[in-house]
Design a protein around this ligand. Sequence first.
Ligand code: N01
Length: 536
Amino acid sequence: MTTQTDYDALVIGAGFSGLAMLHHMREIGLRTLVVDGEDGIGGTWWVNRYPGVRTDSEYSYYSFSFSKEVREEWAWSERYPAGAEVLEYLNFVADRLDLRKDIRLSTRVERAVYDEERNLWTVHFQDGSSLTTTYLISGMGVLSQAIFPDIDGIDGFRGQKYHSSMWPREGVDLAGKRVGLIGLGASGIQVVPEVAKVAGDFFVFQRTPNFVVETTNDPVTAEDMAYLRDHYDEIYEKAANHPFGVAMEPATHSTLEVSPEERDRIFESKWNEGGFHFANECFTDLATNHEASELASAFIRKKIHEIVEDQAVADMLSPTTYSFNGKRVPTGHNYYASFNLPHVHLVDTASEPISRITEKGVVVGDTEYELDVLIFATGFDAMTGTLTKIDIVGRGGRTLREKWLEEGLKSNLGINAHGFPNFFMSLGPQTPYSNLPVPIQLGAQWLQRAIQWARDNDVPFLEATPESETWWMEETERAGKATVMYSEGKKAKAWFLGDNLPGKPEEFQVYMGGGQVYQQFCRQVEADGYRSFLAH
Ligand code: N01
């Protein structure tokens, strides 16, 4: 049945996902609108403006490959582009592909309701207005729903208080101030060296140390960009075929099959290449074998003890309760060396937790650390947070939030959930753990083909079958449990399992079986005539 709607496709979110979706939906002639609650394009990169914010991936594969114009005309300036440069890139993409005219900013979605009779979605906005659309697409981001910790007295702090992902656009003057930081995931790790440069006294409250892979941030030269342009497709293919979406050489040997000397030589050379090269290029099994991961852990602990002068501080910075790859590995830019500065103080809150926050600062044990500024880099309600915060109301008046609470986290390949016809997710939960522009682009291209197929074949809606959801839930769990992220007894508490948020069920939020494997599953769905998306 065809009912007239305001739009064919409405996309929520104007970040990487929203821009890719708009371009690809337009290509098949869909009247498409992107809405975003913020007043700028960029999504994650619009809101995350904390000191030190930059990509953890290298410039050559942190971008789209689908536009020849963008590839030819855009030039990156740093190996790990800063947040402001990524934001510029996304604005460049929006201008170059003429996307802006179909993007409505400062337009926040509150509720979207599926009308079974008419087979359309009505999207309701915060200002009371609404629009109808045939296809509703979420590009709301996977790490966008910020969380503050549940610490006594948090609201009573009288100084300046910021979450890393809600950093004021005009910046914050930290010069000479007493600054505190809670949270040492990828965000906090980037904050440390930058705040250390300017703060008067800097108190870093650490509950769980991380295995940080240090790197250097060299300038990107004209020759580098010329090489990238000449090899774009090849580099993109490499990233698309890599389990984590990075254009890196796949490792060939197990950590356990080489001599200790050879192992150390490889660890050392990849450590020197920096960042994700260490995580991805040393050996095949650093993410899947505990013994292998422990050997990498020992190597990094040794590095920490070489870089950090005070060995007691080095001990504190060395993770022991889980091993390397047990949580998302952050890239460091002089992270460990920052702790050699006399005004940077590491406070261990594992042995003695933060008991409360007062008007003046943070209390650990009997000690009150008085602060002018308190930064929370305490993470997100990852993967599902944006989708469950608003009401996405499917068949029978049931929200996605209710479905996942009642049935567990279920979707077909993270693309669609049963009960929500023609509702699609870019980077939905249970999609690959990856350098994200790659699955974003591939996801938009897959959806373009799927919708085109549905229209060509008079299929009124695509909707995951219950069987496909069960299959994908089991496969996601199988793949997750095969990694060092999961092990009884020695497991990191982190967002990919949902256990960074009290009350959130422990379920793999991401697919750990590899981006290239995931893409094969997606291609198989097409080859099978989208059968697993043809419920009813
Ligand atoms: O958040 P996180 P994030 N008391 O959840 C601590 C992506 N990203 O914003 O480990 C004390 O990783 C918590 O401590 P613990 C990337 O995918 C990408 O840093 O639970 N501490 C942890 O240290 C990343 O994985 C990039 O003991 C508390 C921290 O807060 C994801 O975003 C850059 C606490 C939260 O770490 C999320 O990273 C940045 C409490 N009550 C982020 N509650 C790039 O690629 C929480 N913590 C550039």
